[in-house]
Design a protein around this ligand. Sequence first.
Ligand SMILES: [Zn+2]
Length: 421
Amino acid sequence: MAEVKVFPLCCVVQSYAWGKVGLDSEVARLVLGGDPQALIEEAKPYAELWMGAHPKGDALIKDNRISQRTLGQWIADFPGCLGSKVKDTFHGQLPFLFKVLSVNTALSIQAHPNRELAARLHAQFPEHYPDNNHKPEMAIALTQFEGLCGFRPMDEILGYLKDVPEFRALVGNEAAEELQSADGDLSRTSLALKKCFTRMMNCEKKLFVDQLNMLVKRISEEEAADKDTSASNGELLLRLHSQYPGDIGCFSIYFLNRIVLQPGDAMFLGANEPHAYLSGDCVECMACSDNTVRAGLTPKYIDVDTLCEMLNYSPAPVSAKIFPCVRDNADPCVYLYDPPVPDFTVMRIQIPASLQQYTVSALDSAGILLVTDGEAVATSAAALSDITLTRGSVIFISANESVSLKVTSSGMTMFRACCLL
Ligand SMILES: [Zn+2]
């Protein structure tokens, strides 16, 4: 069986409470597309689809002629499938986890440590930091996708400190004035911003709960009177408060950019970048790690000291947070999302209606291919038989194998995760 190197996968659904429910969820719709027999429960959240070999969600191999049951078992038996460079660099492991997310309510505000900090945190607090790897992430919107990402430009933060007295009360006048007077000086700005954020995160629970209640009451009254609440970011504040009442994370919307991605737009979350996903569906790729430092919108543990120490306090406009994709010179159907980390690259393959034949090219890396739109029959010298691809199909492609598609729909969209070293 060792010669079989391309095969279909049946991927694992995670039904976290924040996920979209039933067929509102793109995850559920893709599962049903890939397997018309799948039972979708109408009241169940379908939050994440895991396409990879992570021990908490190892994909099943969808071909009973292959003796290994899961992708992880198969890679352990045939590590050469990763490609020689990937195999050596990542010690025989698939270096990334590929996902689809369907977000109904906000996920926690968080940041991920770089490798050095991850190793230190894991050694000190293994109960909170389960491994010593970094966890860069990239989200590519499938539908309109909303999140928080990075610190806002200074004028916006100063504007909220002026217009939202409840927020200013948590930061304190001294830190707020320091931020105001630092304007223009990059290193002073960054230090003052750190001080403001740290003050807020460290303030007493009673203080921030009282201020949050006052803020919610004020915005609600303004809304009832048909007033414009945009100077207090009213709509988002009320929405997050309804999802996480009394949570310090509600105030972070005054520090962090609100980003709205259109389908195909991406954001890359490098080390120490504060972020949260708020709503919508996306494809996500990340390095294999579970190291998350939380900052709010969560009932879970918040390590305030580590968080405040690690963050990247560089104000930037929201436009700077959209990660550019690049059309591949060698293949005009491919759009590359290639972040500045070695662990993964994502390709969006957009086959126009005019093409009936397409070859998914061989790479010196194992890859996982997800079909989000369209249909084709896939053939490969390394597959046991032809594979019918529909919306929701996921296949594993070993390094140095290509796959020929006979496209039977009018156009096709696929996402391929791989590791281009
Ligand atoms: Zn994250």
